[in-house]
Design a protein around this ligand. Structure first.
Ligand code: SAM
Length: 633
């Protein structure tokens, strides 16, 4: 029943929690589940009067939250989840459904209703299983259930009530209390799953996962009764060895909780039930969401909120030097995108960064993507606004967008010393810091002692390599103007195993090494240009030398939404390639593909080894060690 056997079934699958609740995140992470958090944009505004039971409302809300994320991710996040988990918790007393209080008075009304009484806490959970069919179709199967826990409150005095309300804790919690913190003091007893009251019924969830992924088809555990029509379908499309089987499902749960499973067939990611083309709507709105993120970053919203923890609307507007009305629209849009939170504090609303924003959007955080976001705003956005011309003319639109010829913009980015150069380096640096570790750990590299990171920019990737591989020194090779400015990006703790050499990889000699790293270099150039660089590398490398390529690889069939193809729309020259195309390119220069790693981060990696044309064994030229010559995975 428990999570561990189920976890192995989920490993390698993209599991997504469609909830911003830190409590759900903690419960699932503590259970060892690996997942991403993508807060749902579904507004909790279903008409409660339409539901016969409060748990039906919670289940439906959970389902809509999870489906919204499942539909949006392939288009907004450019990856398709395998499993999306949605949840919604409500408190019911005297036939009323209590959600989160809107203000202190509302919290007072809720808590006084609960005082001295037993009430029920229901959490509805939906597990959406996404299954790619042939073509671009996706099946979404929804398994949903709910859990009920009874909680009795002590009689609460006015003083206790107000003290609790003034602590601020009730404001973002269903029923106006958090049992895991101060609210625990109000509770006399709990009957049922405590974690259900916190926000996620872990035990019931594990049982359901067991049903979906583990039980043999004939097991009685598969029998779940559906209230409406007695006809049941269990979907096991993600379970190894038991694909899409139809079985009878079961009876009511012991504690009165219902287990239900429903299947929704969706054609081309459009939900036939509602007949709404979610995928198209998401694409329609995608640019607004991107520009909201860019603008909030550009105006330093995440930075000002970081330095003050939380601010009122007027305070944010004052600090970013913008109108109150405009700032309110921006902040509310950012809240709806899950970038910010709005909470009540002493009768006023304040805004604060979400955990993700603090980690990735604040400009001086170690994993900040701020540099890349500003690059997208300042350099990529203007190019995309001329996409129509780019398509008509088949050329990049630098002249229209920036009033400069293509080569001149590249002069700015690659060769000149001005602010544009720093901004470009900052963009590269921010992505490299987030992806560098996954690329550095992608392969066993102990046979290699010296590496050269060609076009290594600020050295961010090189530092990740030396951190992970204690026996490796890395020379960063880049244009003189870039090397000159690397000090702006020096990490706090430098490492004398990282050194810098200036030069032009098309014209100058490259430093000698037994491993060459080409991270985000090859896609920038045409095959003809690369022939110059790769011929040079081929001559430098003795048999056994390694070549590590890190790029966004196109999938071979070009079926999945791809960041690489979207990036290609504004590229000057160069092209995006699949692993086979990179292999073909490099094999022409004597490099054989040995391993490929899809890192599940922004960049993937392939390791090539220089073959001895006379001897198929791969010996490391510069040391006696040899690397494994396993087949390409
Ligand atoms: N490898 C880094 C990474 O993954 O973060 C940076 C990639 S960035 C897209 C390309 C890098 O190649 C820039 O740092 C640029 O300065 C460098 N570069 C471009 N043309 C070059 C040339 N002819 N010789 C040396 N470096 C060059």
């Amino acid at each position: 029943m428990l999570l561990n056997p189920v976890i192995s079934k989920l490993s390698g699958k993209l599991v997504v929690l469609a909830s911003a609740s830190p409590r759900r995140l903690e419960i699932l992470s503590n259970a060892g589940l690996r997942f991403e958090v993508v807060p749902s944009w579904f507004k909790e505004t279903l008409d409660k009067s339409l539901f016969k039971n409060p748990y039906d409302y919670a289940v439906e809300t959970a389902k809509q939250k999870a489906l919204e994320v499942a539909h949006r991710m392939p288009f907004k996040h450019l990856k398709s989840p395998d499993v999306v988990i949605g949840a919604d918790t409500v408190v019911t007393v005297d036939g009323l459904i209590l959600e989160k209080p809107t203000d202190k008075e509302d919290a007072y009304r809720m808590l006084s209703r609960l005082s001295g009484k037993e009430h029920s806490v229901f959490t509805g959970v939906a597990i959406v299983l996404c299954h790619d069919k042939s073509g671009s179709d996706t099946d979404y199967k929804v398994v949903d259930f709910y859990e009920e826990t009874k909680v009795k409150f002590a009689e609460l005095s006015e003083e206790m009530l107000w003290e609790y309300i003034n602590s601020g804790e009730p404001m973002d919690k269903a029923g106006g209390y958090g049992i895991q913190a101060l609210g625990g003091m109000l509770v006399e007893y709990v009957k049922g799953d405590f974690l259900n009251v916190v926000g996620f019924p872990l035990n019931h969830f594990c049982k359901q996962l067991g049903l979906i992924f583990n039980s043999p088809p004939e097991s009685p555990a598969h029998k779940v009764k559906r209230e409406s029509d007695e006809a049941w379908t269990l979907v096991n499309s993600l379970s190894e060895g038991a694909a899409n089987e139809e079985v009878e499902l079961l009876e009511n749960g012991k504690d009165g909780s219902r287990m239900s499973m429903q299947e929704q067939n969706v054609i081309g990611t459009e939900c036939s039930r509602q007949d709404i083309p979610h995928s198209i709507i998401s694409l329609l709105d995608g640019f607004k969401a991107s520009k909201t993120l860019f603008t909030a970053s550009k105006l330093k919203v995440f930075d000002v909120l970081n330095s003050s923890n939380s601010l009122t609307l007027e305070e944010v507007a004052g600090q970013i030097n913008a109108s109150v009305l405009g700032t309110e629209r921006l902040l509310e849009a950012a809240v709806s995108l899950g970038l910010l939170e709005r909470v009540k504090q002493q009768n006023t609303s304040v805004y604060r960064n979400t955990e993700q924003a603090s980690r990735f959007l604040v400009s001086d955080s170690p994993e900040s993507l701020n540099g890349y976001i500003l690059h997208c705003n300042d350099m990529v956005w203007p190019l995309f606004s001329h996409l129509e011309n780019a398509v008509r003319e088949g050329t990049s639109q630098h002249e229209r967008a920036f009033g400069k010829k293509n080569e001149e913009v590249f002069q700015d980015a690659y060769y000149s010393k001005d602010e544009v150069k720093i901004r470009f380096m900052d963009a590269m640096h921010s992505i490299a810091r987030v992806t560098g570790k996954d690329v550095a750990t992608a392969f066993e590299l102990s046979p290699y002692k010296t590496a050269c990171d060609i076009g290594g920019c600020t050295g961010a990737v090189a530092y990740e390599f030396t951190k992970v591989h204690p026996g490796l020194s890395v020379i960063v090779f880049d244009l003189p103007q870039v090397i000159e400015m690397r000090r702006h990006f020096q990490p706090k703790e430098t490492d004398d195993r990282v050194s810098f050499v200036a030069g032009d990889f098309f014209k100058d000699d490259l430093p000698k090494a037994d491993l060459y790293i080409l991270a985000r270099i090859l896609h920038d150039w045409s095959d003809e240009k690369l022939h110059v660089l790769l011929s040079k590398l081929s001559k430098m490398c003795t048999p056994g030398c390694g070549l590590l390529v890190s790029e966004i690889f196109l999938d071979e069939e070009r079926k999945r939404p791809s960041r690489a193809l979207l990036q290609a729309l504004s590229m000057t020259e160069g092209k995006q390639r699949s692993p086979t195309e990179y292999s073909d390119l490099l094999e022409k220069h004597g490099f054989t593909p040995k391993h490929i790693k899809h890192t599940d981060n922004l960049l993937d990696a392939m390791l090539f080894v220089k073959e001895d044309p006379n001897d198929k064994r791969t010996l490391l030229g510069c040391s006696s060690a040899s690397i494994e010559t396993a087949e390409l995975e």
